[in-house]
Design a protein around this ligand. Sequence first.
Ligand SMILES: Cc1cc2nc3c(=O)[nH]c(=O)nc-3n(C[C@H](O)[C@H](O)[C@H](O)COP(=O)(O)OP(=O)(O)OC[C@H]3O[C@@H](n4cnc5c(N)ncnc54)[C@H](O)[C@@H]3O)c2cc1C
Length: 461
Amino acid sequence: MSSSFTRVLRPALRGGRGLATRAATANGLARQAAPRVNVAHRRSASSSSASASAARPLSTTPARRSDAPVDISDIPPTPISHLSEVEAAMAESVSKFAAEVVLPRARDMDEAEAMDPALVEQLFEQGLMGVEIPEEYGGAGMNFTSAIIGIEELARADPSVSVMVDVHNTLCNTAILNYASPALKKKWLPRLATNTVASFCLSEPVSGSDAFALATKATETDAGFKISGGKMWITNSMEADLFIVFANLDPSKGYRGITAFLVEKGTPGFSIAKKEKKLGIRASSTCVLNFDDVEIPKENLLGERGQGYKYAIGLLNEGRIGIAAQMTGLALGAFDNAVRYVWNDRRQFGSLVGEFQGMQHQIAQAYTEIAAARALVYNAARKKEAGEDFVRDAAMAKLYAAQVAGKVSGQAVEWMGGMGFVREGLAEKFFRDSKIGAIYEGTSNIQLNTIAKLLQKEYTN
Ligand SMILES: Cc1cc2nc3c(=O)[nH]c(=O)nc-3n(C[C@H](O)[C@H](O)[C@H](O)COP(=O)(O)OP(=O)(O)OC[C@H]3O[C@@H](n4cnc5c(N)ncnc54)[C@H](O)[C@@H]3O)c2cc1C
């Protein structure tokens, strides 16, 4: 395998605002300048070169939507950080896009508490909104790990942009790919890949961790269904045109009545009631939604009646790997930003502050923890792609990556002293953004519950 396929914790191709920018370092972690390719434009070349490779390492697992196990017995084990050619291209191109297009907007979007619409268009142009959507529907036709890598790279520049891409790809696109009728796929996948943002609407004022206590109801009508109730905390809702809504079609069956529906923006009775003002990821929209007897046609039933809870569990298990990748990228972004400062710019007592051993040990510890978080994330992604049970791995990855993001971004503020605390640079923003990792797509306690439950099952006679 070529050394260019080996992925290390790369230095980013940038510096923070007002800080030194270095494209490469002399410590062996540098990589070649990223090729100027976008995912959308290179997908044909990538897929043909990937299929030409006869003996594939595990890391080249192609996109697959079947639950059937993959026979990997004749594949030699490789380090978890190795990427296929397609994945490496994804990492390089998204890293460059994040550094050149996302990072310069991150501070202003945070202050404005809004996503720049021009950036959303560029995410579509780059192919980042349809990573796993097959090429026949206008998507990039790449694998799950490629999506995870894209989410991580974007979070190094702006975790708000990263979560927009994450929710759209890992929850919404996957919901349509896995459960929609052929007609719905034909209608929505080309749009989701090219111009339509989607939201995933499960949480409500009464149901957060206990998601299936939701109170939104659906009733069957002659023409289709009527949805009544409200959703809360819905990511992407200011930008979205398509809403995947979970409602109970038969409350007498409890959570087994939960069913998934598609609601289009503009449907009478549907409205955004409130946009939340938040601690972090402030450019990402989070809204309260009202469904006031919203009538939708029969065709907008997603999958089967009463299967919504199963779909939500499955989607969130995958989605958690995306949030873990977001948190890993965030930790790396905070690390890059601060370490450049302490090793290049700031001198005290006649030395760069990063030369004091008390600082160096903290930096080394932080880097080790980021590497461990990334290993958990990639391992969970690879297990999912291999068709193995990945539920505990996804929970461990999300739990740990969120902890590392909180710890490292907090330390990064301290390493930069007063410069870390002011809103000129990005250190304080990464710190604020990190908190959400322990909350959405299952709080840290909920991840611990999942891990403990699965462990207990394994250890009980
Ligand atoms: C910015 C943001 C974006 C979001 N985006 C979306 C979205 O796009 N779509 C969507 O559907 N939802 C979304 N959510 C909702 C998110 O998934 C919930 O906030 C999360 O599941 C926690 O629910 P809660 O806020 O009601 O907290 P609660 O469930 O009220 O939890 C409060 C505390 O109690 C603890 N707790 C609860 N139950 C247990 C238990 N059994 N054992 C131990 N501790 C427990 C929790 O860990 C937490 O510390 C978003 C939330 C935020 C803040």
